[in-house]
Write a protein that binds this ligand. Structure first.
Ligand code: MIG
Length: 770
């Protein structure tokens, strides 16, 4: 449809191309990042990329026959008629080419069959559903696709199709589901000799077919918005993620307590329920930092109210719990009860802050409070107002806010696409703003917490868009207490991490349906390694706090929560390092062992950082499992046995064991046992050392303020060699508290060495004794 290239002009970082029937732009964001754009509509600014990023990169652009050739030091882009764009490496090898053919059905059905099957409700179709905007790319045959946010199914998305349309569907989601709660239109493609990424920055409903329809092409498509995508390449997957997060933002280090254990349930209704829960957690010595209050704490589900019938004195309760180390996170839904006399509603009506019908009436649908209206988060004024409303919660002592139902959910049918939403000053539609609604709500919440609480905001959301990682953590919504969902948790968290969302978790134990002792046990063994570690369940399902299934289950559960508390400084360091690298905390094996074909589709093992390999049991009844260890030597965390990698083994996994391996040469910081973060002042850092050659960087700061931005933190470098030489050094000092010693732990033997800020070097004799 664009026709032939007529002309082009290079202006700074942009190459503007005039076609017979349209215009397109190729922008050189960096050597490795290329933006492909053509305007179809007057859309607003990107929601994901708030600050345009352009590195001043040299490039050349010239016609070669019919083709426009643009080259950076690392990529050559060839643009042909009809705005076909092919990407090559500098050495001329193919990265990714547009597909020139038409879409074809894989299966052609007879009309009779379609008619017959329709009688039972099957909806079969014989036509290709072409979209107005449709970018088809060649499949060379060896692609593995990762990312795409929280989609169901497995790690590799090859052979599946999805839609991006944030959806609240509490039925048990399985691998054939097209949509879930989040829209992250970003993927990483790994091929035999190359890797690339694509980010389709279009907020409308979009369609992704990763080679399901055809083995010749994959595509992404939408019926509205612009042709607007970024192409990333580099040496390895890590470069793609670094590029994507450089544009859309990275997760900032959280408050340390939020890395602890969270207990939640939709069903703690009263003050005494919550106090009892806190008491039980401490009495049973289950370490815990956070209790979540679901919609029952509100008065008639009205946001920014507190139910004074079921809570005598919430402020006092939060103070008392605070003394015992508990932080309270409260839920806030976007739906505002349509009730005159209710402050939030009245104010929103007066200021014109709710979305409207095309006729100009405030649009009403239903959620928990009954008739409800929807704040228009695309308007900056509305976000500021919502941010100010967080003060209501903070005044009670609330420490974090949980944003639910922000797809947005609606009980009386989906909000029509033409309902009028704002995109800042521009009038937009629900269709355009739907997928960014949760993103903008979390952003408003973040900004409110930042403004009034001043500490690093803790926000947790269900719906989001690319870039939400700057503002919020996320959980995967309403999973079920079924084994299939424990199995899905691993690839789902891995792909969220590969999509820039690294602070994520699933409801441990499962939300809907009833959990069992065994499922809960196996789930906590995954949950304790998830960046966000929260047990949560549905009203009407079995209670699933750690003690609900007897002592044996609780003892195992406690063991894994304790392990998490031990590993807190390791998790924290991973978050801090991620601020620079964009790498997630929980990682699929392929991220570090990209050329090893045996890990490209590993769905039941994952890494935490580079050092820990977790091989959880996700199969009912299994008491052992096959484990694949990539190249190198690995140490069994529980037995200390050294295992050579690049091979499979059968690991024993009785209920109390989650197979766990540490890479040789690792240094893993540990905290002593605590029931909550800050219970003890940590002056001696434990270093769990696995001899071999390795280095490790550790960060120390106050764990809650933004002072680190001004340089108020300490940075330590540790190293270990095969010969057992250990060194510790302070590489940056900006925070007054300094460890006074390190406790070196090698093969279970501990030795404390004093530290006064000067470099320490010692020989750990024999690798076994210290
Ligand atoms: O669909 O607030 O996903 O975590 O407990 C019910 C009640 C609405 C859905 C959330 C879930 C939460 C529940 N909410």
């Amino acid at each position: 449809m664009f026709g032939k290239i007529v002309n082009f002009e290079a202006k700074q970082q942009d190459v503007e191309i005039v076609f017979e029937n349209g215009r397109g732009t190729i922008s050189i964001i960096s050597d490795l990042i290329i933006h492909v754009f053509s305007k179809f509509e007057d859309n607003g600014k990107s929601k994901a990329i708030e600050e345009p990023v352009i590195w001043d990169t040299g490039f050349s652009a010239a016609m070669a026959g019919d083709c426009l050739v643009i080259s950076t030091a690392k990529v050559t882009i060839k643009v042909y008629e009809d705005f076909m764009v092919d990407f090559y490496k500098a050495d001329g090898s193919i990265l990714c080419r547009d597909y020139r053919g038409e879409r074809k059905l894989r299966l052609v059905l007879s009309e009779e069959l379609i008619e017959l099957m329709a009688k039972e409700g099957h909806q079969l179709k014989n036509e290709v559903n072409n979209h107005k905007l449709q970018v088809m790319k060649e499949l060379e045959g060896d692609e593995y696709f990762y990312g795409l946010g929280d989609k169901t199914g497995f790690l590799n998305k090859r052979g599946y199709d999805y839609e991006m349309w944030n959806t609240d569907d509490p039925t048990p989601q399985v691998d054939s589901y097209k949509t879930l709660y989040k829209t992250i239109p970003f993927l990483i493609t790994v091929k035999a000799n190359s890797v690339y990424g694509i980010f389709f920055d279009n907020t409308n409903r979009s369609y992704w077919d990763m080679g399901k329809e055809s083995s010749e092409y994959f595509y992404f498509a939408a019926d509205r918005g612009n042709l607007d995508y970024y192409f990333f390449t580099g040496e390895e997957m890590k470069d793609i993620l670094k590029g994507y997060t450089a544009l859309t933002g990275r997760v900032n280090r959280p408050q340390l307590w939020s890395l602890g254990y969270h207990q939640s349930r939709w069903g703690y209704e009263t003050e005494s329920d919550v106090r009892k829960l806190a008491k039980d957690l401490r009495a049973n010595h289950i370490p815990c930092d956070t209790i979540h209050l679901d919609i029952d704490y509100m008065e008639k589900y009205k946001v920014f109210t507190w139910n004074k019938t079921s809570y005598d004195a919430p402020k006092k309760m939060l103070q008392d719990l605070g003394k015992d180390g508990f932080k309270i996170v409260t839920i806030i839904d976007p739906g505002v009860k349509a009730e005159e006399g209710y402050k939030v509603y009245d104010e929103g009506v007066e200021k014109d802050y709710f979305v409207k019908t095309p006729e100009g009436e405030i649009y009403v649908n239903q959620v928990w409070p009954g008739d409800s209206v929807y704040p228009d988060f695309g308007n900056e004024k509305v976000r500021e107002w919502w941010a100010d409303n967080q003060k209501f919660l903070l005044d009670y002592g609330v420490r974090g806010v949980w944003n639910d139902m922000n797809e947005p959910a609606s009980f009386q049918g989906e909000i029509p696409e033409d309902i009028v939403f704002s995109d800042e000053k521009r009038k937009a539609t629900h269709g355009e703003m739907h997928n960014v609604y949760g993103h903008l709500m979390s952003r408003a919440t973040y900004e409110g917490l930042k403004k009034y609480d001043k500490r690093r905001p803790f926000v947790i959301t269900r719906a989001c868009y690319s870039g939400s990682q700057k503002y919020t953590t996320a959980w995967t919504g309403d999973n079920h207490s079924i084994w299939a969902h424990l199995q899905m948790a691993v690839p789902q968290l891995c792909n969220l991490g590969l999509s820039g969302m690294s602070f994520v978790g699933t409801d441990v134990g499962g939300f809907g349906s009833d959990t069992t002792a065994e499922l809960l046990t196996r789930w906590v063994q995954v949950g304790c390694f998830s960046p966000l570690f929260r047990n949560h369940s549905n009203k009407g399902s079995f209670y699933q706090e750690p003690w609900q299934f007897g002592k044996k289950t609780m003892d195992i559960y406690r063991r894994y929560v304790e392990l998490r508390y031990k590993l807190l400084p390791y998790f924290y360091d991973l978050f801090v390092a991620g601020e620079q690298s964009g790498l997630p905390v929980l990682r699929p094996l392929v991220l570090h062992y990209e050329t090893d074909l045996r890990v490209r589709e590993c769905n039941d093992q994952f890494l935490v950082g580079e050092s820990l390999l977790v091989a959880p049991v996700v199969m009912q009844g299994a008491l052992n499992r096959m484990v694949y260890l990539p190249e190198g030597n690995w140490i069994d965390y529980w037995t200390g046995n050294v295992v050579e990698g690049a091979g499979y083994l059968i690991a024993d996994a009785p209920l109390e064991v989650c197979p766990l391996y540490v890479k040789e040469g690792s240094i893993i910081p540990n905290y002593p046992p605590q029931e909550y973060v800050g219970e003890k002042e940590i002056t001696a850092l434990i270093l769990d050392i696995y001899c071999g050659d390795g280095v490790y960087t550790h960060y120390q700061d106050d764990g809650e303020s933004f002072d680190y931005i001004e340089g108020v933190y300490n940075q330590y470098e540790f190293s270990i060699t095969k010969e057992g030489i250990f060194t510790a050094e302070l590489s940056y000092r900006g925070y007054e508290k300094l460890y006074s010693s390190f406790i070196l732990k090698v093969n279970g033997i501990e030795r404390e060495i004093p530290f006064e800020g000067r470099k320490v070097e010692i020989k750990l004799s024999n690798n076994t004794e210290v």
